[in-house]
Each structure stands twice: as C-alpha cells, then as structure tokens.
Design a protein around this ligand. Sequence first.
Ligand SMILES: Nc1nc2c(ncn2[C@@H]2O[C@H](COP(=O)(O)OP(=O)(O)OP(=O)(O)O)[C@@H](O)[C@H]2O)c(=O)[nH]1
Length: 299
Amino acid sequence: MNIEQMRSVLDSLPDPVFNLSTSGKYVALFGGQDVRYYHDGTSLVGQNLYDVLKPEKADYFVRKINEALTSGEMMVEEYELSDKDILGLPDEGPEDPIWFEGRIQALDFKVDDESVVLWVASNISERYQLEKKLRYWGDTDQLTELYNRRRLEQDLAAHLASFNRYDISTSVLMLDLDNLKSVNDIEGHHKGDEIIVALADILRKQMREADAAYRYGGDEFVIVLPNTEIKQAISFAERLNSQFATHAESLTIGDIAVTVSIGVTAISADDDSHETTLRRADKLLYDAKNKGKNKVTGF
Ligand SMILES: Nc1nc2c(ncn2[C@@H]2O[C@H](COP(=O)(O)OP(=O)(O)OP(=O)(O)O)[C@@H](O)[C@H]2O)c(=O)[nH]1
C-alpha cells in the first residue's frame, strides 16, 4: 500500500482519530466518517484545546494526554462533552451531552518538539444512556419510583459498615399500610395502587435529602435516616403517620380506614448484619399492628 492509499484508509475510519500534543494542540485528525455521530472536525487542526474548550475541560484533556505519555500504556477514559464545555456557547445549551470513550496512546515521535498521543474518540452516548436506564430500573420500584429492596440491602449494609467504623447513628423505619386488602377487595386493585403511590409521595415530601425511602414489598416500605437518633426517628414516624391519615381520608371511600403502622429502630452495635436490623424493625411493625394498627412503635 502506498502513502496515498494509507491516507485514504485513515480518512475513512468511522471514529475520529486525533493527534494531540502535550500542550493540547490538535496536530492532526483522521477519520470521523460516521456522520451519524460526528461533525467534521478538520477545522480543529492547528488550534489548541484551550482555543476551543472551556479551561476546566481543556485541563482535563491535557491531564489525560500527559498521563498517557507518562504511563506509555493505552488508557481508556469515558467523558462527556456538551455545549457548556465549548467556548462561546451558553452554559445551558439545547443539546444533551455526548458521551465518549477515548482510547489514548502515547506515540513514539515528536511534532514541533512536543510529545504527541493518539486519541480515538468513540461516541458511546446510546450505550451510556441505556446503561443509565438499566442502573435506574435495577434500583427502582416501577409503581412508586422509590428505591427497591435490592437497593435497600445494598445501602443498609453500607450504613452498618459506617456505623461500625464511625459510630454514626442510622435509624430505620418499617412501614406497612393498614387494611389495603379491603381497599383492593371493595374498590379494586387500581385504588389500592393509588394509595401505595400516595404514601410514596408523602414519604418523598417529608424526607430530608440524606434520607432514602424504599418499597420493601407489596404494601411495605422502609425509610433509612442517616445521622438520626431513635428519638428523632420516632417523632418523624409520628409525623408521617398523621400526615398520611389526613391525606388518606380523601383517598378512601366508605368506612375503610387506610392508615399506616410503623416500626422504628436504629442500627445497633449488636447487629451482625443489616438483616438483623430489618428483622427488628419488622418485629416492631408487627407489634404496632397488634396494638390496633395506625401506630408507631419504636425501640
Ligand atoms: N393494589 C395493590 N395491592 C397490593 C400491591 N402489593 C400488595 N398488595 C396487597 O396488599 C395487601 C397486603 O397484605 P396485608 O398487609 O396482609 O393486607 P392488609 O389489609 O394491609 O392487612 P394489615 O396489614 O394487617 O392491615 C394484599 O392484599 C396484597 O394483595 C400492589 O402493588 N397494589
């Protein structure tokens, strides 16, 4: 293959292949022919990253170029680029960020006395968005869009570990709707769903930012309150209980009392796993039910 043919091969590459120098200069560009994903970038050649990008983004690229030159290994980096990264465009640009996978490799020659790398930029936005959706639904309950049980187990295990290490109190509330079965039987499943969603909305409204709510099972929920002593957690549970009672009146028809029973506990030094904490919260919830429902029991 002669030089011309080689050049034609390089120009036909679907992903853009940049040569970037240690100071951030666009030394050369090949490929980028897949017009579904890339604009023509030939005007970049000869410019510097700092002529085109906001300083923080340009700093990021120059840092990665230098890391690749120091290590000599191929580096793989995921990064986003959006209007807010481009000089001269407003921070709130109309377009969503584009996600790239950059493969960066030091080259063994210099251009104008500067070391250079090869930077292959592949648009991975579709894969990234799909992964983001999968991560979201992997952790989220479909009906309420609260976190699911899987996420609870993971978070509670982390809270237990930080309790053991830093002695930070974390309280746990287990909630169960009272008499939901009667609502389903009399008013239909759809009405039952509406009540589950209403409780989830109340939890979202009442929680602080650091708190998290989870749908544990059918009509059972868990709330985790980091940095919260049991006394404060019980007051919070009582507030939830009365908020829900007021709200539920408008949701139910006839004489079914849809209320909520709550068991409140805190992670303790005796808990050998997060399951022990959950079992204790469940037992307290059961006590609240036995005492006539619509109650908070804490320990
Ligand atoms: N509509 C609806 N109902 C659900 C859902 N998940 C569970 N349930 C119902 O919730 C009820 C839960 O059972 P229980 O807790 O024993 O019923 P309950 O009437 O609330 O009884 P108490 O808790 O003792 O007051 C069952 O009837 C389930 O069918 C759901 O996603 N939607």
